[in-house]
Design a protein around this ligand. Structure first.
Ligand code: SF4
Ligand code: SF4
Ligand code: SF4
Length: 354
């Protein structure tokens, strides 16, 4: 059986063993899996070694990390279908090529059906496993909304999992598809979502709250702009006009952050480091429905953003900047007088040996 399995720590209360069936055979670059290996909060190792207090044992079956292959690797998929791995979480990575609408043949599959010698398509795996899963997760923008493979004129019938299964679809445990968009999905968003889902399935925590696009509100409740460390430069009307300029807002270079829901500027990419606009790259809206078509050309300033940024630049921005600098210089950036009640001039620190 394809699995990564470690015994949980003995002090943990083991209520259930949750299996994770991780299907990467959508139209995928496996980038979400690869990114997930750098998660730290929590890490995959934390999850599968039982390092998180109270968390049930988790066994992950994923082709990216498995060392088994062929029939041995596929056994977990058959076991899940047969109900031998309950409860299991199905993670789908990659865009779903809907083979019913894309003409003859097929675009994606995994394994061979022994009864007819034909490939088992990705559609078939989803049809077999999703209804039996306790929870099903669409990981990455390809799996959530179709992403790059679903761009205009694509011949594959590529679409997101909710479009494939239906937005009203629910798992065997009554949970809608959980969407974790991002290209790739932010690593800690992936592992934390998996953690809270497994905890919820074990009855330890409530089912996490989802928004109307089936995203965890705790991860996607704020815009990039609201978490960006350049936001004050926008407010001050201080905008970069070329890449590599100093620390200013990037909206005139095409940053879509004001209208994009994503927590990467707050969370960083790895161990809190990075975060697209924080480190000088425009937000291209990779977490959003309709990405990439709806947000192209990436490097052109959005017309609506132009209106509001010009407002900041030519009206209140310079005023704010002026009055704040005054406050900083006259009040904020000085030692308060009450610390120096006498007139004597201090000479600073005197070493005790003098
Ligand atoms: Fe790759 Fe991005 Fe698609 Fe994930 S969302 S499979 S990282 S292209
Ligand atoms: Fe907002 Fe982008 Fe400017 Fe950051 S760089 S403040 S996200 S517009
Ligand atoms: Fe994607 Fe923008 Fe978030 Fe970066 S900040 S991950 S480009 S949505």
């Amino acid at each position: 059986m394809a699995s990564i399995e470690f015994a949980p720590r003995q002090h943990e209360t083991e209520q259930i063993t949750a299996h994770v069936i991780w299907l990467t055979s959508g139209l995928s670059c496996d980038g979400d899996s690869v990114a997930m290996t750098s998660a730290v909060d929590p890490s995959l190792e934390d999850i599968i070694t039982g390092a998180i207090p109270g968390m049930p044992k988790v066994v992950a079956h994923t082709p990216v990390l498995a060392y088994e292959n062929g029939a041995e690797f596929l056994q977990a998929w058959y076991d899940a279908e047969a109900g031998k791995l309950d409860p299991f979480v199905l993670i789908v990575e990659g865009s779903i090529p809907n083979e019913k609408i894309n003409g003859e043949g097929h675009f994606a599959g995994m394994g061979v059906n022994p009864s007819n010698g034909q490939p088992i398509t990705t559609n078939e795996w989803i049809d077999r496993l999703a209804p039996k899963s306790a929870a099903t997760v669409a990981l990455g923008t390809c799996a959530t909304y179709g992403g790059i493979p679903a761009m205009k004129n694509n011949p594959t019938g590529a679409m997101g999992l909710c479009d494939y299964l239906g937005w009203g679809w629910t798992s065997a445990a009554g949970i809608p598809v959980v969407n974790i968009p991002g290209c790739p999905a932010q690593p800690d968003n992936t592992t934390e979502s998996l953690t809270v889902l497994v905890m919820a399935l074990a009855g330890i925590t409530p089912i996490p709250e989802l928004d109307e696009q089936h995203r965890l509100t705790m991860h996607f409740g704020r815009t990039v702009h609201e978490g960006c460390n350049r936001a004050a430069f926008y407010e001050h009307g201080n905008f970069a006009t070329e890449y590599g300029s100093d620390h200013r807002c990037l909206v005139k270079l095409g940053c879509k952050g004001p209208v994009v829901k994503c927590n990467v500027p707050i969370r960083g990419w790895q161990s809190g480091v990075g975060g697209c606009p924080n480190v000088g790259g425009i937000c291209m809206a990779c977490t959003m429905p309709g990405f990439p078509d709806k947000f192209m050309p990436f490097m052109d300033e959005d017309p609506k953003a132009k209106l509001s940024s010009n407002g900041a630049k030519f009206t209140y921005g310079p005023l704010l900047r002026y009055f704040r600098n005054q406050s900083i210089n006259r009040i904020g950036d000085k030692e308060p007088e009450w610390r120096h009640p006498r007139n004597e001039i201090t000479t600073g620190y005197t070493p005790h040996w003098q």
